[in-house]
Design a protein around this ligand. Structure first.
Ligand SMILES: [Ca+2]
Length: 357
C-alpha cells in the first residue's frame, strides 16, 4: 500500500531536530515500504527548509520519491506572526551552537552547500492552506484510484487537516494515519506537533480515519547515545558500500546528538519519529492499546485519554459517559523496545551481509 510520509526534517540545520531524518532513513531503506511521496510541513524548520533537508536525504539514499512542500502556518492562525517560529529558530543565531554544526555565522538554510536551494517563491511561501490542500490532493489522486493511502505523520497535522477540510474526496482515500504527537503525562507538558496546531490535531482525531498515536510519553523512553552512534558508524564503515552513506549521516546526526545531550534530559537524543516507521515495519517491537481521546484547551494541544470507566486521566472533565459523545477512538502505542528499535534502524540503513573490507 502506498505510504506518504508527512514530516518536518531538520537535518543539517543548527538546533533543528533530526528525528524525522532518522525515520526517513529507515523508510527509504526498508523494501517492505512503498514510500509514494514525502510531504513537508512547518515545525522543526520551515516547510521549504524541510524540502531541502528531505531532498538531501533522498540524494543520500538515491531515491527519487516526489517531495512536496506543505503548509507553513497553523490552520487557525494562518496569517498571524509566528512567535513559535522565533523560538524554534533561536539556536541558529547562537554562535556556540553553530560551532557544533561547523558554522561560524548566523545560519540560513541556503548556506548548506550540499543542500540545494529549491527556489521556493515568495508566493508559494504565503500559499493559503486551500491551495496547499489542492496540490496534496492531486498527489494522492495520482496513485491508482483503487488504492488506499497510509500516512505516517511526523510533524504538525496541518497538511492532513487541510486535506480533510478542503479536499474531502481526496481525504477519503486515506485509509489509516500513524502519527507521532500528543503528550498524555508529564503534567502540563505538551508536544510541539499537537501544541503548534491543536486545531489540525483535533480535525484529524475527529475525522473518523483510523489513527494510531505514538505519544511523546513513549518516544521519550527511547534514546540514541553518542557512543551508540559512533560504534554504529565504525561498524558500518567496515563495509565499503556503507562509507559514503554513513559519513553523510554523521555530518548531521553527530551535531544534533551532542546538542540534544546538552539541552535535554536524555543520554544522547530521543528518536521520536523513528518509532512510527519502526512500528509499521515491525509492530511487535511496540505495544498497542485502544481508547478514547480528546484534546484539552488548557494547555492547548494536551492529549487526554478517557478510560472506559472512571474519570479522565490528567484532567477533570466530568463523567466519562458524557465525554464519549465528543471523543475520538484511536489506537495508542504504550511502549517500545529501544534496543530492538535501534537495531532495526541500524540493520536496515546499512547493509552488512557481505564480508568486511
Ligand atoms: Ca517531526
Amino acid at each position: 500500500m502506498p505510504l506518504i510520509i508527512d514530516c518536518d526534517p531538520g537535518n543539517g540545520i543548527p538546533g533543528a531536530n533530526v528525528d524525522d531524518a532518522l525515520a526517513l532513513c529507515l523508510a527509504w531503506s526498508a523494501s517492505q515500504l512503498e514510500v509514494s511521496s514525502v510531504w513537508t510541513v512547518f515545525g522543526n524548520v520551515t516547510a521549504a527548509e524541510a524540502v531541502n533537508s528531505a531532498q538531501f536525504l533522498a540524494d543520500t539514499f538515491r531515491v527519487n520519491t516526489p517531495i512536496l512542500k506543505g503548509c507553513d502556518r497553523p490552520l487557525d492562525t494562518y496569517r498571524a506572526p509566528s512567535k513559535w517560529r522565533e523560538k524554534l529558530d533561536a539556536p541558529r543565531f547562537d554562535s556556540e551552537i553553530l560551532k557544533l554544526w561547523g558554522k561560524s555565522d548566523c545560519f540560513k538554510s541556503g548556506t548548506i552547500s550540499a543542500q540545494e536551494d529549491t527556489s521556493v517563491s515568495e508566493d508559494e511561501k504565503c500559499e493559503p492552506p486551500e491551495q496547499t490542500a489542492l496540490r496534496l490532493a492531486k498527489d494522492i489522486l495520482r496513485n491508482d484510484s483503487e488504492s488506499s493511502i497510509t500516512i505516517a505523520a511526523l510533524g504538525p497535522l496541518t497538511n492532513i487537516a487541510a486535506l480533510i477540510r478542503f479536499q474531502p474526496d481526496a481525504a477519503k482515500r486515506i485509509k489509516e494515519i500513524f502519527l507521532m504527537g500528543g503528550c498524555l503525562g508529564y503534567g502540563d507538558l505538551v508536544d510541539t506537533n499537537f501544541a503548534i496546531d491543536p486545531l489540525a490535531a483535533s480535525i484529524v482525531l475527529r475525522s473518523g480515519i483510523k489513527v494510531t498515536i505514538v505519544p511523546i510519553d513513549v518516544t521519550r523512553t527511547t534514546h540514541m547515545s553518542l557512543e551508540y552512534w559512533l560504534n554504529t558508524l565504525e561498524w558500518a564503515c567496515k563495509y565499503s558500500q556503507n562509507v559514503d552513506r554513513a559519513m553523510t549521516i554523521d555530518s548531521w546526526l553527530r551535531p544534533w546528538i551532542k546538542y540534544s545531550d546538552r539541552t535535554r534530559p536524555v543520554d544522547g537524543m530521543w528518536v521520536h519519529d523513528m518509532v512510527v516507521i519502526a512500528h509499521l515495519l515491525c509492530p511487535d517491537i511496540t505495544q498497542v492499546t485502544s481508547g478514547f481521546f480528546k484534546l484539552s484547551p488548557h494547555p492547548k494541544g494536551k492529549l487526554i485519554q478517557i478510560p472506559n470507566d472512571g474519570p479522565a486521566i490528567n484532567q477533570n472533565f466530568g463523567s466519562s459517559k458524557q465525554l464519549k459523545k465528543k471523543l475520538s477512538k484511536a489506537q495508542v502505542i504504550t511502549s517500545v523496545d529501544n534496543d530492538r528499535l535501534l537495531s532495526l534502524w541500524k540493520r536496515a540503513v546499512f547493509s552488512c551481509d557481505i564480508p568486511p573490507v
